[in-house]
Design a protein around this ligand. Structure first.
Ligand SMILES: Nc1nc2c(ncn2[C@@H]2O[C@H](COP(=O)(O)OP(=O)(O)OP(=O)(O)O)[C@@H](O)[C@H]2O)c(=O)[nH]1
Ligand SMILES: [Mg+2]
Length: 302
């Protein structure tokens, strides 16, 4: 299957990005919300320009859905690149309780007043920005939802005295140059499902799962012929799940939707779609540890 660069940049995102730039002066710290399952593909390249020289804290949400071994590897990787980093299930107040103090410290280290900090939460759609804010606030102050582009307006929330958060709409960028990144963002739900065909996304996902989490894929769908190609595997999933059309043909679109929903809900276990070695190969950013393939490969993991 030929992968094509993904373009999903609806008008409200362009507007939101302008609005984020407009309040730049009021922001002391940027909290960059990423997705632990796709650590480098969830990094919006436009943020460097938005954040400028201001301090940045990277929060990798959905760590409960990501491979624990790779969470540790990526955390070390980003720390070695001098980033302030948190890996968390953003729904759990205990996981993210240190964030206000980390923001205050980052601001104070640049000479700011640690007792009056405004942090803007920015990142790709569906990463968990509003969820993080609700967890920090200890109550529901922002609307959340399991689809991209839920937040449409900037909103300021007073978390406690001297610590304010700005919730912002998720931002994509005009063109995701690395096609693999686009497909991974589609698998994990950052990109609206209508931007790509379900079948293409599923075929892409199957190719990676067969390489990195083969045993789980086989166990989940009781696959019989392990050597069939990605399309064959999708066909088997469809047959097992009763996705048939007249004449006994498999309804691939329905089978693809089932697979994608299972992946997103964690029903194939905790999966990370990227390693530092893949980042190096795909983007040229160095992987000092040269972790060729820390992903449990060829069914070693269950
Ligand atoms: N398992 C898990 N689910 C999470 C986590 N964080 C958020 N979610 C879920 O992910 C979905 C998206 O969360 P939101 O907080 O709405 O995401 P957002 O970044 O504000 O999205 P936009 O406003 O669309 O940009 C919701 O269904 C959340 O419950 C997490 O750490 N782990
Ligand atoms: Mg939101």
């Amino acid at each position: 299957m030929e992968l094509r660069p993904i373009q999903w940049y609806p008008g409200h995102m362009h507007k939101a990005s302008k609005e984020a730039r407009a309040v730049y002066k009021k922001v002391d710290v940027f909290i960059e919300m990423l997705d632990a399952r796709v650590p480098f593909s969830s990094a919006n390249p436009m943020l460097a320009a938005l954040c400028g020289e201001k301090p940045r804290l990277k929060v990798f949400g959905k760590s409960d859905l990501a491979d624990p071994e790779l969470n540790a590897i990526w955390q070390r990787q980003y720390e070695s690149e001098n980033s302030a980093v948190v890996f968390a299930d953003a729904r759990k107040p205990g996981h993210i309780a240190a964030i206000p103090t980390m923001c205050r410290r980052l601001y104070a280290a640049r000479g700011g007043n640690r007792n009056a900090v405004t942090a803007m939460v920015v990142g790709i759609p569906n990463a968990g920005k509003s969820t993080l804010i609700n967890s920090l606030a200890g109550r529901t102050v922002a609307r959340t939802g399991n689809e991209p582009a839920v937040t449409r307006q900037q909103q300021t929330i007073e978390i406690n005295r001297g610590f304010r958060l700005l919730d912002t709409p998720g931002l994509m960028w005009p063109k995701v140059e690395n096609p693999c990144s686009g497909y991974r963002l589609a698998v994990t739900g950052a990109i609206r499902d209508t931007a790509l065909s379900h079948t293409d996304v599923a075929i892409f996902a199957i190719a990676y799962l067969r390489q990195a989490y083969r045993k789980r894929l086989h166990e989940r769908y009781h696959l019989e012929s392990p050597d069939s190609d990605e399309t064959g595997v999708l066909g088997q999933i469809g047959r097992k799940r009763g996705c048939l059309v007249k004449g006994g043909e498999v309804d691939r679109d329905r089978a693809a939707k089932i697979l994608i929903a299972d992946i997103r809900a964690g029903r194939l276990g905790r999966i990370t779609w990227e390693t530092p070695g893949m980042r190096e190969r795909e983007t040229g950013e160095p992987d000092p540890a040269h972790e060729e393939s820390p992903v449990p490969e060829n069914g070693k993991s269950s």
